[in-house]
Design a protein around this ligand. Structure first.
Ligand code: ADP
Ligand code: 5GP
Length: 198
């Protein structure tokens, strides 16, 4: 079932409070996860969509909290049975947004946030043109590389793939409704709150 369309939002007679779909995108390492964690602490009413991935967990990541970690063959089954709102391959792994919880939360009038990469963000914007989109930019490419390296868990090959992909992603920033530079974290958070709540 499509719950948001060009013509209408999620408002119905039974549910006068419209849900909103928010796309949060930007290159890997720019600080999307960091910003998202702070945003959710300050606004627990937001619903963060937990993605499914074939990537291995990083140290400290928890299954069912950071991601649902599954095998590639299970991922392919979920794709085939239409369980994803969108999905994409990124730097050698697959990532997807589970459809059912997102649709349910929007029906219930929630603000639902998807933290996803460029291809997935484009898919969502096509399917749900009323979705609001925010692109997070690094202060510089050098700082982006530093952040990816500081995070510390990716191989040189994975870092190179992520940086290579970042160039194309940054070039696409203008496609999205709002662009925010994540230089000082607190300033970026305020800009994010202004984009979402004002
Ligand atoms: P993403 O989710 O976009 O891949 P992360 O949230 O994992 O990025 O952040 C990547 C690294 O950058 C982490 O080590 C994080 O602590 C750091 N970081 C995030 N935001 C900032 C910021 N404003 N200034 C400095 N470092 C930051
Ligand atoms: P990471 O491996 O660093 O956690 O994520 C790599 C990239 O995949 C990030 O840009 C992240 O936003 C994106 N991503 C996470 N979940 C999803 C998803 O469900 N769909 C898509 N398309 N991208 C995702």
């Amino acid at each position: 079932m499509q719950i948001l369309s060009r013509e209408s939002d999620a408002t119905t007679k039974d549910n006068p409070s419209p849900g909103r779909l928010i796309i949060f995108t930007g290159p890997s390492g720019v600080g999307k996860g960091t910003l998202m964690r702070s945003l959710l602490q300050r606004h627990p009413e937001l619903y963060y969509s937990i993605s499914v991935t074939t990537r291995h967990p990083r140290p400290g990541e928890v299954d069912g909290k950071d991601y649902y970690f599954i095998t590639r063959s299970k991922f392919e089954q979920l794709v085939a049975s239409g369980e994803f709102l969108e999905w994409a391959e990124f730097a050698g792994n697959c990532y997807g947004t589970p459809r059912e919880p997102v649709e349910r939360q929007i029906r219930q009038g929630k603000f639902v946030v998807l933290e996803i990469e460029l291809k997935g963000a484009r898919q969502i914007r096509q399917t749900f043109p009323t979705a609001e989109s925010i692109f997070i930019l690094p202060p510089s490419f050098e700082e982006l590389e530093k952040r990816i390296r500081t995070r510390g868990n990716d191989s040189e090959e994975a870092i190179a793939r992520r940086l290579n992909r970042a160039k194309a992603e940054i070039d696409a920033a203008d496609e999205f409704d709002t662009q925010i530079i994540n230089d000082d974290l607190e300033t970026a958070l305020h800009a994010l709150e202004a984009a979402l709540f004002s």
